[in-house]
Ligand binder design. Structure first.
Ligand code: WTA
Length: 642
């Protein structure tokens, strides 16, 4: 790696950081490797509040792990109650801004009260530990409060991103077996109302739940179904301010979050309480170097894992002030985020490369119109960050003063696993740098043998870590197959990577049929299944196409049923159809009608060829297994004509 690309921590930053040198970093990694039980035990004692101590730090019955078994704790207690006995009581927990401009500053004491009251509402509706609820809400403080209220009672929540359609919501409510849905009359996005309640109604036309609890956010009228739908504020009128936090087993399922895998059906990733909370809390210090005076802003929606771990559980457990913003980054104009950074004095800012690229494209005048001097640390997540975007983020946003932590992790890993500790590890733009202590990451071939430095291979994690997913809801076999059977005794991440001569990790993207659009995970099969449900479509094949802003974009090859003609109107209709079936963010950027799809003799669609067509515009490599070569030639030729 060229020297000029190395960014060591400044002495000033390092001298105040939680972890101040590479030596300290190494010592932690060594200890985690050599004495894992002591290592995690000490951290669990120091970082979390326990009602009862564990009897065993760690149990591993491959592929199932348990951490801190026998212990009892509560995530909501850790995020709220434990801060109330000291000065954090009146510290802002959430600083919220609505898209239209309203502001709310909610202290830890006030958030505690909000959560207790809503937990009492849930209790009043008969919910108790072991039950399940789905949360489908805009980015408002009540969304975080709903999660924490569930956690307080031991109700396992599944938050569904507000951008998912009614169809997608329905599948998740069904798989969860949820009896309660918590939603809002809508939320604001780019000056328009996102009709969340209407989507819930549509999802529930053929599915029954006991209760739908509706927050009044926008105030626009929504139909309420008697006996099923209740206003949050009405139910709340008759409840107490106090609600004790339930002592729950360490392994109690805190939440399920659906994510895309290689098949059309999303996987319900199950996270347990103690291990998840420990690693999300710890990474607030290790990675974000959190101090009490920091103002922390992670721009992710709570519907994604980044929002779970770094808007709600991690920062609140660590006692941070969290900024939460409801709407779009470009509303009313391209400087909304920079204006928030300035006005809220944000010191730690965490976002995705897609957002950085989109804002970069608008030019420097937007950030330059604002005082960004409160920033001291920047973060990136969700996809590889290209050096040009990194440099812009570093110079124009961070003014060359702020380290950038490029954090690699997944819905399944629960917390950040590979990232610089900013006071210790020199940065290289585009590299997530080094695994955190306790994370045994390696780049291997399919036999599990490490590949030589510099070569591409599969990224695996050799040993279970506390915030690891516990299983896939309703599908333990898929859990085993997906994560633990590709490479022996290792967790298979699904990412390709290489390690350079300094041991730094460079993440190269997915090796499976998952594509990453704006940092959102999408399964190509999920989009294909949606397309073939349309009456005009015979077959569909979806691949990721490189995109300057979103990293990858959805490109769909579609064959039509006999008698259906391809026309522009149909392409638009199909794009809309995908939005309806999954959500707007899954809309194909491009639809290409074709007479046939390239297939192997056994009938499998050769996506590799289609990928080559959309990336290099030419087909190379071995095509001898093709059933009908002319199909490929025609597709390639069609592209050349464009
Ligand atoms: C990708 C998001 C490169 C990766 C937290 C992973 C990254 C998938 C990075 C998980 C990064 C995440 N550099 N690629 N810093 N962070 N990814 O489950 O392909 O939505 O497997 O979790 O995003 O996406 P997920």
């Amino acid at each position: 790696m060229a020297e000029q690309n190395l960014y060591p921590p400044s002495r000033e930053f390092a001298s105040r950081a939680h972890i101040q040198s590479l030596d300290e970093h190494r010592r932690l990694c060594d200890k985690a490797r050599q004495q894992p039980e002591e290592f995690w035990q000490e951290l669990a004692e120091r970082e979390l509040h326990w009602f009862e101590r564990w009897t065993k730090v760690f149990e591993w019955n491959p592929p199932f792990a348990q951490w801190f078994t026998g212990g009892k704790l509560n995530a909501s207690y850790n995020c709220l109650d434990r801060h109330l006995s000291g000065p954090r009581k009146d510290k802002p927990a959430i600083v919220w801004e609505g898209e239209p401009g309203e502001e709310r500053i909610i202290s830890y004491a006030e958030l505690h009260r909000m959560v207790c009251r809503f937990a009492n509402v849930l209790k009043g509706r008969g919910l108790k530990a072991g039950d399940r609820a789905v949360i489908y809400m805009p980015m408002v403080p009540e969304a975080a409060a709903a999660m924490l209220a569930c956690a307080r009672l031991g109700v396992t929540h599944s938050v569904v991103f507000g951008g998912f359609s009614a169809e997608a919501l329905k599948a998740r409510i069904e798989d969860m077996g949820a009896k309660t849905v918590i939603t809002a009359d809508g939320g604001w996005r780019r000056g328009k109302i996102v009709e969340l309640k209407a989507a819930v109604d549509e999802a529930l036309t053929e599915l029954e739940v006991r209760d739908v609890i509706v927050l009044r956010r926008t105030g626009h009228p929504v139909p309420m179904q008697a006996g099923r739908d209740y206003w949050w504020h009405e139910l709340e009128q008759s409840v107490d301010d106090g609600c004790p936090a339930e002592p729950l087993d360490s392994e109690h399922p805190l939440f399920v979050l659906y994510t895309s895998g290689t098949t059309g059906k999303p996987k319900g990733i199950v996270h347990a309480t103690a291990g998840y909370l420990l690693q999300t809390t710890l990474t607030m210090k290790w990675v974000f170097d959190l101090r009490d005076e920091d103002v922390f802003w992670c721009t992710a929606d709570i519907g994604w894992v980044t929002g779970h771990s770094y808007v709600v559980y991690g920062p609140l457990s660590a006692g941070a002030t969290v900024v939460m913003y409801e709407g779009a980054p470009d509303f009313p104009q391209f400087d909304r985020w920079w204006s928030i950074v300035e006005r809220r004095r944000v010191s730690i800012f965490y976002t995705s490369p897609t957002a950085i690229r989109a804002l970069l494209k608008q030019g420097d005048r937007w950030p330059e119109a604002h005082d960004l001097s409160s920033l001291r640390l920047l973060g990136s997540v969700g996809e590889p960050i290209n050096p040009a975007a990194w440099e812009w983020y570093y110079r124009v946003i961070g003014k060359g003063r702020c380290p950038i932590v490029d954090t690699w992790w997944q819905t399944e890993t629960g917390a950040i696993l590979i990232s610089a500790m900013p006071g210790a590890v020199p940065l290289k733009p585009g590299s997530a740098t080094l695994p955190l202590p306790g994370v045994e990451a390696e780049v291997v071939d399919l036999n599990g043998n490490p590949v030589p430095r510099g070569e591409k291979g599969f990224l695996v994690i050799r040993r279970p870590w506390p915030s690891m997913l516990r299983t896939i809801l309703n599908d333990p076999r898929r859990y085993e197959e997906q994560y633990w059977s590709r490479v022996r005794d290792s967790y298979f991440t699904g990412d390709a990577a290489r390690q350079d001569e300094d041991g730094y990790f460079w993440i190269l993207g997915r090796v499976d049929d998952v594509i990453n659009v704006s940092g959102h995970r999408l399964s190509t099969m999920e989009v294909e299944s949606a397309l073939v449900r349309h009456p005009a479509v015979a077959e569909a094949a979806v691949v990721g196409k490189p995109d300057e802003i979103t990293g990858q974009a959805v490109c769909a090859f579609v064959t039509l049923k006999a008698g259906r003609a391809d026309h522009d109107g149909l392409a638009a209709e199909l794009r809309q159809w995908v939005a309806h079936e999954i959500g707007s963010f899954a809309k194909p950027a491009e639809i290409r009608f074709t007479e046939a799809l390239p297939k192997t003799r056994s009938g499998k669609i050769m996506r590799r060829l289609l990928r080559e067509i959309v990336t290099s515009h030419a087909v190379t490599g071995d095509v001898t297994t093709l059933e009908d070569l002319s199909v490929v030639n025609r597709l390639a030729a069609q592209h050349d004509e464009e």
